[in-house]
Design a protein around this ligand. Structure first.
Ligand SMILES: [Zn+2]
Length: 399
């Protein structure tokens, strides 16, 4: 079979913008193109500072995870811009500035749409992943939602899900980017093609490399409890886990069903068999199932998470603090006490004499320079490091 090489501009094609087109401003909103033209023709360009904040979050979210910085820096690298930002992975609250761009407005107005798109979506995915991981506590959460998004976005979604706290991700390209092994069990298709759950498990065991855990789907043909027991009898200690992906029409009382399966496995000496659940999972269902479940596969709720509604606003023009109504003008710093996690937003030009927090901790500035004149200042921390940073903060934030 010959694989079509790339878009040739005729016939059906993938509807994506290339990195070159994004950098060239092709994905911008048209009103920025017109603004750019007016500024140029009228000689209105001026140095500005613009900040990125979210005024609120989706639903009952009280905080969010800042994500997308690496892509944003990649997008604007080489442009005459100076940027301060929170470290990627910082858990932040509404009205806290997460990033500030300094430069001539004309130099970056065509990229506002793209920068916001990168920041809003990846932060949404990372936040939902963090909420699921916080709910699951020490139980692994695996991101299985690649199939729910445009494939060109899969690496971004997987990286954001991993950074937010997922223990593994399923798609090959995302795993390559993260430097981890992709995670997965088996699809219903394998069991349907073989015609029997135990035979499918045995085929998997024969063919797949031995370091991959034998986790077998038990909801394809028969009752989950009896399939679990049949599998455990057949594979014994080789069976690492079972996965329930039971369709919603057959769920009845899922926690009760899993409790029963756990009981039946345990009394027959199969306590080593872990129970995985997938299908329609989110942080609320995870909280309900925690007493009986060892690991979760989460798809749509993470990959298609609500976005964080950041906006970019000018807060300074030619050194003078100015902002539209509803926004506070001037360049700011976000201080956090690493002991009690209390935050405060402070006008940047104001000297802070006392860095002590009422809890006894010493407050620290979180917005730090990440780009000067288009030059990226530090190499990006690894996704693993960013993920550890997220997890270290989560215990200080309430769901
Ligand atoms: Zn404190």
């Amino acid at each position: 079979m010959q694989i079509k090489s790339d878009n040739e501009g005729v016939g059906p094609q993938l509807h994506i913008a290339t990195p070159l087109e994004i950098r060239a401003g092709k994905t911008t909103d048209i009103y920025f193109v017109r603004t750019h033209e007016i500024i140029e023709k009228k000689g209105l360009d001026r140095p500005v500072k613009a900040e990125f904040i979210a005024k609120g979050f989706h639903d009952d979210w009280k905080w969010a995870v800042f994500c997308g910085l690496e892509e944003i820096l990649s997008l604007v690298e080489g442009m005459p811009l100076t940027i301060r930002a929170l470290p990627e992975g910082t858990v932040f609250s509404s009205y806290e500035p997460v990033m500030e761009i300094e430069g001539n407005y004309k130099d970056f107005c065509l990229l506002e749409t793209a920068i916001l798109g990168l920041m809003c979506q990846s932060s949404g995915v990372a936040t939902k992943a963090a909420r699921c991981k916080k709910a699951a506590e020490e139980r692994p959460v695996l991101s299985f939602g690649a199939r729910r998004v445009h494939p060109s976005l899969t690496p971004m979604v997987d990286r954001s899900a991993y950074i937010g706290g997922c223990d593994g991700i399923s798609a090959v390209k995302g795993a390559e980017l993260l430097g981890i092994k992709p995670t997965g069990t088996m699809p219903h298709a394998l069991i349907l093609l073989i015609g029997d759950t135990v035979k499918a498990a045995q085929a998997f065991d024969e063919v797949v490399e031995p370091d991959v855990g034998r986790v077998v789907l038990i909801d394809t043909f028969n009752d989950e409890k009896f399939e679990a027991l049949r599998l455990a009898e057949a594979l014994k200690e080789k069976l690492y886990g079972i996965r329930l992906d039971t369709p919603s029409s057959r769920r009845g009382n899922l926690p009760r069903m899993i409790e029963e399966i756990r009981w039946e496995l345990d009394i027959r000496g199969f306590s080593h068999v872990k129970i995985f659940v997938s299908g329609g999972m989110d942080e609320y269902k995870i909280l309900d199932l925690n007493p009986y479940v060892d690991a979760y596969g989460v798809g749509t709720s993470i990959s298609n998470a609500p976005v964080v509604d950041f906006s970019m606003d000018i807060i300074e023009i030619s050194g003078q603090a100015v902002a539209k109504k509803g926004k506070m003008s001037g360049s700011k710093q976000l201080y956090r006490c690493p002991k009690c996690f209390k935050d405060q937003v402070v006008y940047l030009k104001k000297d802070i004499d006392d860095l002590s927090c009422e809890c006894g901790g010493v407050i620290e500035p979180l917005l730090t320079p990440v780009m000067t004149g288009g030059r990226i200042l530090n190499s990006a921390p690894s996704p693993k490091k960013i993920r550890e940073y997220v997890l270290s903060q989560l215990e200080h934030f309430e769901m």
